[in-house]
Design a protein around this ligand. Structure first.
Ligand code: PEP
Length: 252
């Protein structure tokens, strides 16, 4: 059975103290619960990584970052490399979130570099893809996601694919309150799994965790996660409220 994941993306929220307190309360919540069917990941801003890593020692909750540099080290002021992230104890990094693609103009070639660096540093990459509203309205959503995967991800050798989680995040659903219907999500996830199968074979495709992201909340999570190719969620806004995040994790 493939791994189910619920990953919270805190985005640029919470100062250091708030973030550490929040991580403590999430850790406490999951400690007291019977083992969740999903791996629960907190993807925090860089400033929280080392402190949250301490809090999550021996925890059921794991840690990730939201981005990494496109170079391994050196004179890149303000950047944080994949190996620096790994040295905090984080195990995951989100690559290619639509906010990075649009506000920071990160293209498929750059994201491919980041993904390779992340894997070489021993991090698992949560590779995001998804179409904007106009692309869906024009019926181009499948072709757009195919291009993002082919150029950003499918240059990887087969043995690296076990370090990859794919997150389908329709851009029109992120932070908007609009959610893909379970049928729209399933159509895309099934399509993505087919692309992975074509490129890397059946075993890799069947083992690939594919997350849905975009206004996922307690009221819609169970229906989305009930679809056969939806293996969990990447959660933005709702990951900032412990009760909502926990309810989403329990919907698996
Ligand atoms: C995200 O930022 O990855 C996301 C899915 O955001 P939200 O859940 O707020 O739509």
């Amino acid at each position: 059975m493939r791994k189910k994941i619920v990953a919270g993306n805190w985005k640029m929220n919470m100062n250091l103290e708030e973030g550490l307190n929040f991580a403590k309360s999430v850790d406490r919540y999951f400690r007291e619960k019977p083992a969740s069917k999903a791996e629960v990941i907190l993807c925090t801003p860089f400033i929280h990584l080392a402190g949250v890593s301490e809090i999550l020692k021996n925890s059921k909750v794991t840690l990730g970052a939201q981005n990494c540099a496109s170079e391994p080290s050196g004179a890149f002021t303000g950047e944080v490399s994949a190996s620096m992230i790994q040295s905090t104890g984080a195990q995951y990094v989100i690559i290619g979130h639509s906010e990075r693609r649009s506000y920071y103009h990160e293209d498929d070639r750059l994201l491919n570099k980041k993904t390779l660096l992340a894997i070489n540093a021993g991090l698992k990459a949560i590779f995001c893809c998804g179409e904007v509203k106009a692309e869906r309205e024009e019926g181009r959503h499948l072709i757009i996601v195919k291009r993002q995967l082919e150029e950003g991800l499918f240059t990887l050798p087969a043995e690296s694919m076990k370090m990859i989680v794919i997150a389908y995040e329709p851009v029109w659903a992120i932070g908007t309150g609009l959610t893909a219907t379970p049928e729209q999500a399933q159509e895309m996830h099934y399509y993505i799994r087919g692309l992975v199968r074509e490129k890397y074979g059946k075993e890799c495709a069947e083992g690939m965790t594919i997350l849905y992201g975009g206004s996922c909340k307690p009221s819609n999570a169970a229906e989305l996660f009930s679809k056969p190719d939806v293996d969990g969620g990447l959660i933005g806004g709702a990951s900032l409220k412990k009760e909502d995040f926990a309810a989403i994790a329990e919907a698996i």
